[in-house]
Each structure stands twice: as structure tokens, then as C-alpha cells.
Design a protein around this ligand. Structure first.
Ligand code: SAM
Length: 237
């Protein structure tokens, strides 16, 4: 259901009475030290799938201005508009992240937290990406790359570690580099930074190519040649 806008509409409708919003993968203080590296006063920002998170407000307080936040749930956007009425240079729009209605090169910073994860919810096997999900993610990433200004950056915050997520981002057609940091204490989340105009490393390119290859589990070698128990070889992680 996380892929359907009607699900999010009814969820935001139900949560309306709750004070504050819902925060996925932690609040801004948890990863601010990683985002601040990219902030300069007056950079133009876009938040994809803003939900009722405080991320947009936090970024605006940090000087990202103008700041546009989009979500395809009209209920969510109406609520965020009401909560933040009158704040200058901060706007809220109902829009699908797959069809951004902005001219090329409009933003210096595009950021999403949990939005791509919601779109990938149909995936049952983390090792193999279905063509449908690869296409869905590609629609968003192509749009993000298009609206990013030269040297601008796209930040993606997720629970998905590099061996599963980098392959989506490390595609040459997006014309960006990829780096990854993690944050959190017990459970770790990942913050990917894609820099427009940057180069992909050979290792990232290799990961990118693996997106379209079927996953073939390797046989894990047994620890000792003399160990004839094969239980380790039979574990297909
Ligand atoms: C997991 S929630 C994350 C909300 C918020 N970013 C946060 O960090 O708490 C995913 C959000 O993405 C929005 N969303 C999902 N697919 C979208 C799409 N194709 N276009 C725009 N918004 C989308 C949903 O409506 C929902 O608000």
C-alpha cells in the first residue's frame, strides 16, 4: 500500500489529530551534521515526498531558500500548507516525484527521506531488482538529475545499505557521483549524496551494471580444506 497515494491520504487524514508530524528514519538532528556539508545560504531546495516530517522546516531554518516541498498526497500538502502558512519562500505542492513540473537546473539541493523506499515496497528479494521497480526508481532519478543545477546535490536518506541501493544511483546517465554515510546508534540508516557533474568510481559503475543482472548466489568456500562439512556452503545469504 505504501506505493499508493490513497493509502497516504487516508493515513495523513487519520494522523491529523496528532501533534507534530510523523518522522521516518529519525529527525533532522540525527543527520544534520551530514547535510550541513552541502548547505550555503540561499541555495534553492526541493524536498521529494515531504510527508508531515519537519525536514522542510528544518532546512528552511538552515537557510535553504526558496524551498519547495512536494508530495503526491493532497491531504498531506494541505496540512503542511496550513501549519506553515505565511512562512516566506517556502511552498508546498501536490506533485508526483516521477513528473517534476520544474525547468531543468532549478535546484541546488534535492532531498528525499523514505520516499524511494515507499516506492520500492513491492520488492520481496533484496538481491534481485524487478524491472518494474528499476523503471519506477529510474523515472524519479531522471527527473531529479534534470532539475539539479550543475554541481548541485541530491541527498537520499534510507534504511537501504550500499550493496542494495548504490546500484540504482550509480548509472552514468544521471551525470553524478555517489557517496554514502551512515548515522544512527543501534540501528543504522544511510545518507547518499549524489553530486551533479561528478564522476562515478569504477567500483560504483560495476555496482550500477549489476542492477540489470540476475543475482547468482556464490558458493561460500568452507573455512578449512580438511573440513568436509558443507553446511556453510549451503547457506545462501
Ligand atoms: C515513508 S513516507 C516519508 C515521509 C517523509 N519524507 C519523512 O521523512 O517522514 C513516504 C512519502 O512519500 C510520498 N510519496 C510516495 N510516492 C510518491 C511519489 N511518486 N510522488 C510524490 N510523493 C510520493 C508519500 O505520500 C509519503 O508522504
Amino acid at each position: 500500500m505504501y506505493k499508493e497515494s490513497v493509502y497516504w491520504d487516508s493515513r495523513y487524514e487519520e494522523e491529523r489529530h496528532l501533534p507534530g508530524g510523523h518522522e521516518w528514519f529519525g529527525g533532522y538532528p540525527d543527520f544534520a551534521h551530514l547535510v550541513r556539508r552541502e548547505l550555503r545560504a540561499g541555495i534553492r531546495g526541493l524536498v521529494l515526498g515531504c510527508g508531515t516530517s519537519s525536514l522542510s522546516v528544518d532546512l528552511h531554518k538552515e537557510g535553504v531558500s526558496p524551498l519547495v516541498s512536494i508530495d503526491y498526497s493532497p491531504v498531506c500538502i494541505m496540512e503542511m500548507e496550513q501549519r506553515n502558512a505565511g512562512v516566506p519562500d517556502m511552498s508546498w505542492m501536490v506533485m508526483d516525484a516521477r513528473q517534476l513540473q520544474f525547468p531543468d537546473g532549478t535546484f541546488d539541493l534535492v532531498i528525499e527521506k523514505g520516499t524511494l523506499d515507499a516506492m520500492m515496497v513491492d520488492e520481496k528479494d533484496p538481491w534481485t531488482v524487478t524491472q518494474a521497480t528499476a523503471n519506477l526508481v529510474d523515472e524519479v532519478l531522471s527527473e531529479v538529475s534534470r532539475v539539479l543545477a550543475p554541481n548541485g546535490c541530491f541527498i537520499s536518506i534510507t534504511f537501504s545499505p550500499p550493496h542494495f541501493r548504490t546500484r540504482h544511483y550509480a548509472q552514468p546517465q544521471y551525470d553524478w557521483s555517489v557517496s554514502c554515510d551512515s548515522y544512527g546508534r543501534d540501528f543504522h540508516y544511510f545518507l547518499y549524496t549524489m553530486r551533479k557533474g561528478g564522476q562515478l568510481t569504477s567500483c560504483d559503475l560495476e555496482r550500477g551494471r549489476s542492477l540489470h543482472k540476475p543475482y547468482v548466489p556464490e558458493k561460500i568456500p568452507t573455512l578449512l580444506a580438511c573440513d568436509d562439512e558443507d553446511f556453510l556452503s549451503n547457506i545462501q545469504i
